[in-house]
Design a protein around this ligand. Structure first.
Ligand SMILES: Nc1ncnc2c1ncn2[C@@H]1O[C@H](COP(=O)(O)OP(=O)(O)OP(=O)(O)O)[C@@H](O)[C@H]1O
Length: 320
């Protein structure tokens, strides 16, 4: 469990984290989302005792990080800045970490195998690719078999197979009852792996909710229709109060009408349907909408465009 209470950090006149309060619970993967500069890394660094808060607290398993003896046994972390000495071999780096945290040497081999680096154990870290470096960072995080994991952008540098491997790893860690907090900019990946979401923007909490709840509460359901009579059916749908928009590949995304009603109108007008499917919207679309609302629709890097914030889908499609 991670408890963040009223956590605040200022750099000069800027409040980069302002009164954040949330709890990250065990047994789930919690996605930590926010645009560039929202304060995710700063928050994670405060959890791990690397940055001093100006106010508030962060506790791991009920205690501040500074009070943990052998912290690697309590919390495993992967931060963007944590790089091992390039001249060390992967094995020596992990052996050193294990010794300093009173972790059995045998764990080094185990975690190297878990992350797929057993064959590279005696290679110098300086020769590692970005993805191998990420895997080594994850090995270090897992070394103490900790109940809590805090991972900042762990997907960075991983290839497709690596991303899938990481997804399975995070899911199995949560299934074992561990607390898993993970930040990522990759929304499609986040929607596959996270059970719960904490969303921040400009250092403030925008949402702390289950993934399904988030999608349901903020999603704008739409029906995708594919027909050779797209133009004609589009006009007919509009006449009956729905809002259709054209996708780049010629389908219609329809808001404000059920699939059954659309099917009836299409049948009445003699329009054959090649596709009729209901969608809840993607996490990316919903996230952009929430970020847009939370920042008054402007300014948030990576998510502040009000046109896109109103719904990424509509941003791409053209109205008919
Ligand atoms: N040591 C520092 N000194 C001054 N400002 C800092 C420092 N560290 C972070 N900041 C500022 O704090 C804000 C939050 O940064 P942070 O790295 O926590 O955001 P983030 O949500 O992790 O962003 P990203 O998604 O780009 O990694 C940014 O405006 C950043 O420039």
């Amino acid at each position: 469990m991670i408890d963040v209470e009223d956590l605040t950090k200022r750099y000069g006149p800027a409040t980069v984290v302002g009164g954040l309060t949330f709890t990250v619970r065990p047994g789930a993967v919690t996605g930590f989302l926010g645009p560039n500069g929202a304060g995710k890394s700063t928050t994670m660094r405060m959890m791990l005792g690397l940055t001093r808060p100006d106010a508030g607290s962060a506790r791991i398993g009920g205690r501040p990080y500074s009070e943990l003896t052998h912290p690697l046994r309590h919390v495993g972390a992967l931060l963007e800045t944590s790089a091992p000495h390039r001249g060390l071999t992967a094995r020596d780096h992990l052996l050193w970490l294990a010794r300093s945290n009173r972790i059995a040497r045998g764990r080094v081999r185990e975690v190297l195998e878990t992350v797929g680096l057993a064959d590279a154990a005696r290679r110098r870290v300086g020769t590692f690719s970005l993805g191998m470096g990420q895997r080594l960072g994850l090995a270090a995080a897992l070394l103490g078999d900790p109940p809590v994991l805090v991972l900042d952008e762990p997907v960075n540098g991983l290839d497709t197979e690596g991303i899938r491997w990481l997804r399975d790893l995070l899911r199995s860690m949560a299934a074992e009852g561990r607390t898993v907090l993970v930040s990522s900019h990759l929304m499609a990946e986040m929607s596959r792996v996270a059970d719960h979401l904490v969303v921040i923007s400009r250092g403030r909490l925008l949402a702390d909710t289950g993934m399904a709840d988030f999608m349901q509460r903020h999603g704008r359901p739409y029906v995708r229709v594919r027909t050779p009579h797209a133009e004609r059916l589009g006009r007919e749908l509009e006449r009956h109060g729905a809002t259709p928009s054209r996708t780049p590949d010629g389908a219609l995304d329809v808001v404000g009408m059920t699939a059954a009603e659309i099917s009836r109108l299409a049948a009445e007008g003699g329009s054959p349907l090649h596709e009729l499917s209901t969608h809840a919207g993607s996490l990316e679309e919903i996230y952009l909408q929430v970020i847009g609302e939370g920042t008054g629709g402007g300014g948030a890097a990576g998510g502040g465009d009000p046109g896109r914030a109103a719904g990424g889908r509509e941003g791409r499609n053209t109205h008919v």
